[in-house]
Ligand binder design. Structure first.
Ligand code: NAD
Ligand code: UFG
Length: 332
């Protein structure tokens, strides 16, 4: 089994994937500049798995140091999580987003090329479907249309860059994993999503309301044409997501493979609030606010391809995610 480099491996999805990789016996090193994660995550990974992964505190924009990590690493596969991910912020700071996400990826790809690393898995997003015109997204849909923010555009552009790289180098294996809405955390409650600053996403906001750091949740719209008027998303437990990376990695072959990672089921915002209240035993204060620009009423995954080709299926429920979130909140 070859060695794996996880860029962004101290982050939310990266750290959960590193844990599952170590549990399966893989050797993993992490490259991260700790822009949106904390060094303590390494001790938590050790506490959970018994192994502290080798860590490189390196900015992926620093091509020279990225190259050093690759030259010494002898990696077989890169799992590329690192990047900036706040949709709203990307509208305010487009150049930062293009620079970090695109240039960072190019640096990783260049060092892969210089050092003969032939496999890369990329953290893509359902956002690249834009407005798909249907509630369920299948991998064969056209991508890149009607993208409303620079963050989403970087995900689309990186997918295209990786496709071109695989076309030019027939030995390169590229896997694009399109995540839907990751939630939850490791059942130990030791690690979880802990963003710096004010979050934009539903779960981190719910967590801050629970901790009384934000007075109430704003439900963005209760007049959509859905079963209770609020938007529907496909919330996927991060441990299921992590396992999807491993199954995808074990099936990599030259060329480009694309998989949605979602449950195939949708949950409304009100159902998320209810599930959180059931898990915490407390009421979650919320108010109805106007619709948020750019939100689709329904966005869920068609996850049949991952099931058929990888044998992957989400096994955790939203209730599991809420229980684990409460555990993390009470631990932290
Ligand atoms: P995260 O912010 O927790 O993790 C990203 C990591 O990348 C952080 O540890 C951060 O410090 C690191 N990083 C940022 N810039 C860097 C740089 N220049 N050099 C080195 N490291 C750098 O985010 P996450 O939620 O774990 O997301 C991981 C990946 O999955 C991202 O690419 C994100 O766009 C993608 N994704 C996330 C979601 C989601 O809702 N969380 C959905 C779809 C796709
Ligand atoms: N929501 C609220 N109040 C909030 C925050 C969110 O009601 O304060 C609602 C949104 O309107 C939406 C749902 O909760 O209906 C989920 O919103 P998120 O912002 O958590 O997630 P999105 O589906 O909008 O976006 C997420 C990621 C993006 C990714 C996109 C596509 O944040 O990175 O999924 O999969 F691109």
């Amino acid at each position: 089994m070859g060695k794996i480099l996880a860029t962004g491996g101290t982050g939310y999805i990266g750290s959960h994937t590193v844990i599952e990789l170590i549990k399966k016996g893989y050797e993993v090193e992490i490259l991260d500049n700790l822009f949106n994660s904390k060094i303590e995550v390494l001790d938590k990974i050790e506490k959970i798995t018994g192994v502290k992964p080798k860590f490189h505190e390196v900015d992926m924009l620093d091509a020279e140091n990225v190259e050093k990590v690759f030259a010494e690493g002898n990696f077989d596969t890169v799992i590329h999580f690192a990047g900036l991910k706040a949709v709203g912020e990307s509208v305010e700071k487009p150049l930062e987003y293009y620079k970090t996400n695109i240039d960072g990826t190019l640096n990783i790809l260049n060092s892969m090329k210089n050092n003969g690393v032939k496999k890369i898995i990329f953290s893509s997003s359902a956002t690249i479907y834009g407005d798909p015109g249907q509630p369920q997204c299948v991998e064969t849909l056209e991508t890149g249309r009607e993208l409303t923010n620079p963050y989403g555009k970087t995900k689309y552009m990186i997918e295209e860059i990786l496709k071109d790289a695989a076309f030019a180098d027939k030995e390169l294996s590229v896997t694009l994993l399109r995540y839907f809405n990751p939630v939850g955390n490791h059942e130990s409650g030791l690690i979880g999503e802990d963003p710096n600053g004010i979050p934009n996403n539903l779960m981190p906001i719910i967590m801050k309301v629970y901790k009384k750091e934000i007075p109430e949740l704003s439900v963005f719209g209760d007049d959509y044409d859905t079963r209770d008027g609020s938007c529907i998303r496909d919330y996927i437990h991060v441990v299921d997501l992590a396992n999807g990376h491993i199954l995808a990695m074990e099936k990599m072959q030259p060329g480009v493979s694309i998989y949605n990672l979602g449950t195939g089921n949708g949950t409304t915002v009100f159902e998320m609030i209810k599930a959180f209240e059931n898990a915490s035993g407390e009421k979650l204060p919320y108010k109805i606010a106007p619709r948020r620009a750019g939100d689709l009423p329904v966005l869920t995954a068609n996850a049949e391809k991952a099931e058929k080709e990888l044998g992957w299926r989400a096994t955790h429920t939203v209730e599991d995610a809420m229980r684990d979130t409460i555990n993390f909140l009470r631990n932290a």
